[in-house]
Design a protein around this ligand. Structure first.
Ligand code: ITT
Length: 191
């Protein structure tokens, strides 16, 4: 079973490759990108993006895109859908500065995966995990906000987890697991 993942982010691609391989799904990366509209809703961004991807698709391949973001409770959900821009600009150090002296450290990571093919309307799959913003950066694994996100009550940041550990519990894992279960049924019906 082949699926094309349209993403310019090699870390996301490798995590998804690893997660989906357990379901016998072979992932291929398409780095051409897609139009990411500005919206407060990750689902709206993904729905628009996957429709754009389908407009240029010339074959019968199955396509997915994913939008992910870090939502910090004390900052009213910031950076949320603007995570990419915020990471590129103020980065983890800037987030920790905004959180200086803030007692409520609660945050969540959200992943929304959008699937589409010539035979199917778009379908969205969401994954969320809860945790806390750490007081300083910890761990050298992963990417992006991983060193400042303590997962659940483990006290470990994603940056302190091995790739296998993160891929067994992350927001991306939850969304992709839902997608994989859907996609296996979808392939069976088409066979
Ligand atoms: P594409 O849109 O090309 O897929 P992107 O890097 O823009 O790649 P997102 O919009 O999904 O990806 O994510 C926005 C940013 O949020 C991303 O650049 C990271 O800095 C951060 N991020 C997303 N998922 C993450 C994760 O699992 N761990 C840590 N940071 C993450």
């Amino acid at each position: 079973m082949n699926v094309v993942f349209v993403t310019g982010n090699r870390h996301k691609f490798h995590e998804a490759l690893h997660i989906l391989s357990a379901y016998g799904i072979h992932l291929h990366q398409d780095t051409k990108g897609y139009i990411e509209i500005q919206s407060d809703s990750i689902e709206e961004i993904v729905l628009f993006g996957i429709k754009e991807v389908m407009k240029r698709a010339r074959d019968k391949s199955a396509y997915i895109i994913e939008d992910a973001g870090l939502f910090i409770e004390a900052l009213d959900g910031f950076p949320g859908p603007y995570s990419s821009y915020v990471y590129r600009t103020i980065g983890n150090r800037g987030i920790l500065k905004l959180m200086e002296g803030v007692k409520n450290r609660r945050a969540k990571f959200v992943s929304c995966v959008g699937f589409c093919s010539k035979d199917s309307d778009p379908v969205l799959f969401k994954g969320e995990v809860y945790g806390n913003i750490s007081w300083f950066e910890r761990g050298s694994h992963g990417f992006g906000f991983d060193p400042i996100f303590e997962f659940g009550s483990t006290g470990k940041t994603f940056g302190e987890m091995t790739p296998d550990e993160k891929s067994a519990c992350s927001h991306r894992f939850i969304a992709l697991k839902k997608f994989a279960n859907f996609f296996m049924e979808y392939e069976k019906e088409r066979a």
